[in-house]
Write a protein of this length. Structure first.
Length: 360
């Protein structure tokens, strides 16, 4: 069984793709974004997958890759086009190479044009392909900088992508209108730049006159990506995977810092325990944790000022749902060190941690 997820970075409108082989647990990430590495790592953990490789469709100009950081965290291999001439790759890819992840494979097709090192990755059964910035949904990547070549892009699309089966789903590296996927048949027929009867002269003339502004992060992203995302001059301090130091925490794919009952009991003296249940629950059968401050969730936005901003806050409820929302509200109110008690009072009691009040 194939595990597939399409992830999105709103800052750069970049899609990152997770593909995993359920039987073996092996997975790859296509076009990871540096600032989203924590999110991607959380998803891999929750799905029980092991990252074996990160794959780049090209050297990006609008974001820094998370490849190096993921390699440092997980031991995954960095793979991208040999034509990109990037330093730090574990494997340089070219036409007809194969990337294995468990029992599944991605087949490599060279699709230069946006850059000289663009690749398209085709799933082994040819049901989906990842086209990077070569072919977009009803569009194409630009060809006016970074070794761009409109004629080369025309040939790449017609010879390497439009030759795939009609029903092969295509997934680009970017979309700026909220579109998520297309198909070979759709683009071959409806793409206004390169579909239908449009010839190479039509296409190159169109691309020559796009007159687009250069990406804002061009001067930062390209040099960083030519190092596969490794910070200049060493390992650097900007590590999105660095955990807060005030307690052992776990980051969930839902975007919430979680603390388990054992860690909370060990660090209870140093934190504020915020119970966001209703008063009758606070004094009800489940009881409450010693020292907990009761502020029902519905009152938290107005009463957040009753909490000390200089001390970490752990939010608690019955099962962990309302308290997760409480962490969001506190973050919006400017609190920095916040966590949710995983499993709430149900798990706290089930694991035998002390309570005040309650029954049993």
């Amino acid at each position: 069984m194939l595990v597939f997820r399409q992830l999105f970075d709103p800052q750069s409108s970049t899609y990152t793709y997770l593909l995993g082989d359920r039987a073996s647990g092996a997975a790859v990430l296509i076009d990871p974004v540096f600032e989203q590495v924590r999110r991607d790592s959380a998803l891999l953990g929750e799905l029980g997958l092991t990252l074996v490789a990160t794959l780049e469709t090209h050297v990006h100009a609008d974001h820094v890759t998370g490849a190096w950081l993921l390699k440092r965290a997980t031991g995954s291999r960095i793979m991208l086009s040999a034509a990109s001439e990037a330093a730090g790759a574990d494997r340089c890819l070219g036409q007809d190479d194969v990337v294995q992840f468990g029992g599944r494979r991605l087949l490599v097709r060279a699709t230069p044009g946006h850059t000289s090192g663009c690749l398209t990755y085709v799933l082994d059964d040819r049901s989906m392909a990842f086209t990077g910035d070569c072919l977009l949904i009803r569009g194409s990547g630009r060809t006016d900088f970074q070794q761009g070549d409109a004629a080369a892009m025309y040939r790449s699309i017609h010879e390497q992508i439009f030759t795939l089966p009609d029903d092969c789903l295509l997934y680009p590296a970017h979309d700026y209108r909220g579109l998520t996927a297309t198909s070979v048949a759709e683009e071959r027929r409806y793409n206004p730049r390169i579909g239908g009867e449009i010839g190479i002269g039509d296409f190159t003339g169109y691309m020559k006159n796009l007159r687009l502004a250069h990406p804002k992060l061009l001067d930062v992203a390209v040099p960083a990506n030519l190092r596969c995302g490794r910070p200049e001059g060493g390992d650097g301090d900007a590590d999105p995977l660095r955990e807060p130091g005030w307690a052992p925490l776990h980051y969930s794919f839902a975007g919430v810092w979680e603390i388990d009952p054992h860690a909370l009991e060990e660090h209870a003296a140093a934190v504020q325990i915020l119970d966001v249940r209703e008063p009758d629950e606070f004094s009800g059968p489940l009881g409450h944790i010693h020292g907990a401050v009761l502020i029902p969730l519905g009152e938290l936005a107005e009463r957040a000022g009753e909490l000390d901003r200089d001390r970490p806050v752990v939010a608690v409820c019955r099962a962990g749902g309302r308290s997760a929302q409480a962490t969001v509200l506190l973050q919006q109110a400017g609190f920095k060190n916040i966590a949710n008690l995983t499993g709430g009072m149900l798990r706290w009691r089930a694991e035998g941690h002390p309570v005040e009040g309650g029954s049993g």
